[in-house]
Design a protein around this ligand. Sequence first.
Ligand code: VG1
Ligand code: CO
Length: 564
Amino acid sequence: YQIKEVKTKPYDGQKPGTSGLRKRVKVFQQEHYTENFVQAIFDAVDLKGKTLVVGGDGRYFSPETVQTILKIGSANGVAKFIIGQNGILSTPAASNIIRKYKADGGILLTASHNPGGPNADFGIKYNVSNGGPAPEAVTNKIFEKTKAISSYKVIELPPVDLSQKGFTTYGPSNVEIIDSVKDYLELLENIFDFFLIKSFLQSHADSFKVLFDGMHGVTGPYGRAIFVDTLGLPESSVQNATPLPDFGGGHPDPNLTYAHELVERVEREGIHFGAASDGDGDRNMIYGKGAFVTPSDSVAIIADWAAEAIPYFKKGGIKGLARSMPTSAQIDKVAKKKGLECHVVPTGWKFFGNLMDAGRLSICGEESFGTGSDHIREKDGVWAIVAWLNILAYANKESPNKLIGIKELLEKHYTVYGRSFFSRYDYEEVSAVAAQSLVDAINVYISTGSLASTSHVSKSTGQKFTVADVSNFDYTDPIDGSVSRNQGQIILFDDGSRVVFRLSGTGSQGATVRMYVERYVPPEAGPAELNKDTQEGLKGLIEVALQISNLREFLGRDKPTVIT
Ligand code: VG1
Ligand code: CO
C-alpha cells in the first residue's frame, strides 16, 4: 500500500452542532467535502496507533463513508477499526462498544431523527473514549482544522466487505467487523430484571399488550432481539423493524406527530404499552392506549422507581439526577424528596458525561425524547423502553389485584409530586434573519429590564402571569470549569411558570426556533387539575408567551410546525 496526499480547499460551515455535523446528503457528496471533515477529525485528535469504533444508523451514504473513514483513518495511522456489521450500530450501542473494548474514540454516521435518503440528511459525529459525544473543546478544534485544511491522506485499497463478521486488515490497520446487537443485548441483560419482565408479560399475555416501533431506523434488530427473542413476545409486537437507508421515506422521530403509525395501532388495538425509537436509537417515546408520557415526566418516573425496581440501580445506588435546562422540573421534585443532587445542563447529551465520569450522576433526560443513565454516555431509547417495562412489571408485582398501566403510574406520580405541564412548539426552517430578530428582541428585554414585573393576561382563560425574571442561560461545568454561554432565553413568571426560547443546533437548513412552556400544578390542586390534557393546562401560558415575544410577527408563522 501507499499513502497518497490529496490536495483540497476548506469548505465553509463544517461546524459540528448540538450533535455532530449534519447537512444534506448532497452537501456531503461534494468533492472532498466528507474527506475534509474526516481528515479534520484526525488532525484534531491524535489517533495514531489507537482503536476507533465506526458505525451508524445505516442511512443513505453510510456505506461509502465507512470506506472513506477506512481510507483516511488507516493513512493517519489508526491501529484498529471496530465496525458494526454492514456499518450498523445504534448510537447507544456504539457508546457501549467504545467503553467495553476500551477504544480511543468513535465516528458515528447519523443525523439521528432527521429524514434520510439522497435528498435528505446525513451526519458525522465524533465520540471520545468515555463513549460520549466530543465536548466543545474537541468539536471546536475539529472546526478550526476544517478551516485550515489543504490536503488529506488516503490509502487506496479495495473496499472492505462490511457484511462479513470477523477479522481482516486494511493496509497497516486491523479491522474487526462485529455483531451490531450482541454486546448491547448483554448490556441490558445486566441492567434490568428480564426474568421479572418476562414473567409479568407471560402472565398478562392478554391484558397487557406491547408494541415496539423501530420507525425503519437502526433499532429494529435491537428491538426484535429484546422483545421477541429474549422476552418471548410475538413477532406482531414489533413493527417497522428493518433498517432502511431512507427510513421508508418517513421522519424517524418518535413523537405524536411522526410516530402516528404507532399511535394509530395502539388506539385501534387497545395496546397497553407502545414505544418507539428514532433513526439512530437514542430517543424514545412511551405511549399506551389513552396515555402519553412526556419525556420530562418519563425521566422523573424512572428516577423515582429505579432504586427499587431496576437491579443496576439497586446495586449501584443513585448518585445524582440531571436534566437539560429546557426540560421540565418534574425530576427536580423527585431529587428533592430523595435528597439527591439535581444538575441542570445545556441542551445536548455531551454535558452529562463529565458529571457521570465524576460519579455524580446516574439518571438524566431531555424533553426531546432523550432519556438515559451512566451505563453508557449517550441517551438510550431502547434502555428507556425496557426501564418502563421493568418498572411496570415491578409495580404490578406489588399490586396483584389491579393492573397498573402507564396511566395509573402517571396519575400516582402526580398525586405525590404534583405535575409540571410541559410542551414544546417548534418553528422549523424559518429564515435565519427572522429567528435572530426574535432572539435580539428578547435580549433587549434582558438588557433593559423592561419586562420585569409586567403582568400579562390570557384572553381565553383569564389567567394572569407576572414576569419575575428574564435571563440567558449560561452554564459552568462543575467538573472542568468550562463555560457555555447563551444556551437559551428564559422568561420566568412569579408563579414559577416559564417560557424558554432557543435556536436549534441540529437543523440542516435555515433556522429552527423552539419555544418551551412549563407550568407547575401542586398535588393539592386535586385530580381534576392534575390529569388535564397538556395543551389545555398550558393554554393561557402559551397565549401569553406568544404575545410577549411577538413570535408570530417575527417569524411570519401563525402555527408551529410540530408540537410535542
Ligand atoms: C435537539 C434536541 C436536543 C438533543 C439533540 C440531539 O437539539 O433539542 O435535546 O440532544 O437534538 O438529539 P437542537 O439543538 O436541535 O434543539 V439526536 O436524537 O438528534 O442525537
Ligand atoms: Co437520535
